[in-house]
Design a protein around this ligand. Structure first.
Ligand SMILES: NC(=O)c1ccc[n+]([C@@H]2O[C@H](COP(=O)([O-])OP(=O)(O)OC[C@H]3O[C@@H](n4cnc5c(N)ncnc54)[C@H](OP(=O)(O)O)[C@@H]3O)[C@@H](O)[C@H]2O)c1
Length: 272
């Protein structure tokens, strides 16, 4: 698995396994095993997913050297509001049975609480408890504030990004500021797999529509985090490295943006 160098020098794999809605313990443990065997080295969880403990077991069962895989988890809004940032981090670390987290993210940077949260995350980074800190769902104005007025600039912004929904301005801003990007819902939660343009391109390369969606992110340097607990799909979602899309195909796929999120969280209601 190739990697991308973050703006603090830490390397992150260019593809990861998403773990949202991996709910059964056995399922999560197996998914991590299947993914590891298929070459994934990045695992994306969050305290909100309620499966950090399961993920911790799955990682332990790999019996692999710790530096061989990269773990991301995230702080949820309730913990930011209560101000118990360090407590939330320690609970995640314990559930994951790890000594450190590779990447710790703010799940939703609610405007009244993200600055204080970030200051504690900076301390965790300085103490070596996390190797890198970043954000998810972060609008440009908050990114700008973090970049200009804090000690540590976010290494990465994890955003919803698939052909049917992407925010061009946020992507361009992050690229300009050397903030890496991760794509959540890179498969649009499976809602768009029968799109005729994706079907046509998939046929040309003898690939699946899902692989075309993932390759589209990968080819822009955006790290896709497809979620699956099924072995075949986990393998297929990583089988992206034996073809490449032409510039024209990239443009054609980008034209599918309908500006509608696959998730039902509204940034306005969340007070970003
Ligand atoms: N930061 C945030 O706010 C945020 C928000 C959402 C998600 N995320 C992260 O991003 C990850 C991915 O997003 P997501 O899980 O919401 O959506 P997704 O990866 O776009 O789609 C996952 C869905 O597609 C199915 N699937 C997987 N591979 C498939 C394939 N090859 N063909 C057909 N269906 C397939 C999965 O089912 P099976 O498991 O049954 O295969 C699951 O129902 C999450 O798991 C999480 O780690 C972050």
């Amino acid at each position: 698995m190739n990697s991308i160098v973050l703006n603090n020098g830490v390397r992150i794999p260019e593809l990861g396994l998403g773990l949202f809605r991996a709910e059964e313990e056995k399922e999560t443990i197996n998914a991590i095993r299947y993914a590891y065997e298929a070459g994934y080295r990045l695992f994306d969880t969050a305290s909100f997913y309620g499966n950090e403990e399961q993920a911790g077991k799955g990682l332990k069962e790999l019996d692999a050297p710790r530096e061989d895989y990269f773990v991301t988890t995230k702080i949820w809004m309730d913990d930011m509001e209560s101000g118990d940032i360090r407590g939330a981090f320690e609970r995640s670390l314990k559930k994951l049975q790890l000594d450190y987290i590779d990447l710790y993210l703010i799940h939703w940077p609610i405007r009244d609480f993200y600055e204080e949260t970030w200051r504690v995350m900076e301390k965790l980074c300085a103490e070596g408890q996390v190797r890198a800190i970043g954000v998810c769902n972060c609008p440009i104005r908050s990114l700008e504030n973090l970049c200009r007025n804090f000690e540590i600039k976010p290494v990465l912004n994890q955003i919803e990004c698939h052909p049917q929904y992407f925010e061009k301005e946020v992507i361009e801003y992050c690229k300009k500021e050397e903030i890496a990007l991760e794509a959540f819902c890179p498969l649009g939660r499976g809602k768009y797999l029968n799109d005729p343009i994706l079907q046509k391109i998939a046929e040309k390369y003898g690939k699946k529509e899902s692989q075309i969606m993932l390759r589209w992110n990968l080819q822009q340097g955006i790290i896709p985090l497809p979620k699956s607990v099924k072995r075949e799909r986990i393998i297929s979602n990583a089988d992206l490295f034996d073809f490449s899309l032409t510039e024209e195909e990239m443009r054609e796929i980008s034209s599918l943006n309908i500006g509608k999120r696959a998730i039902d969280m509204d940034p306005e209601t969340i007070r970003l």
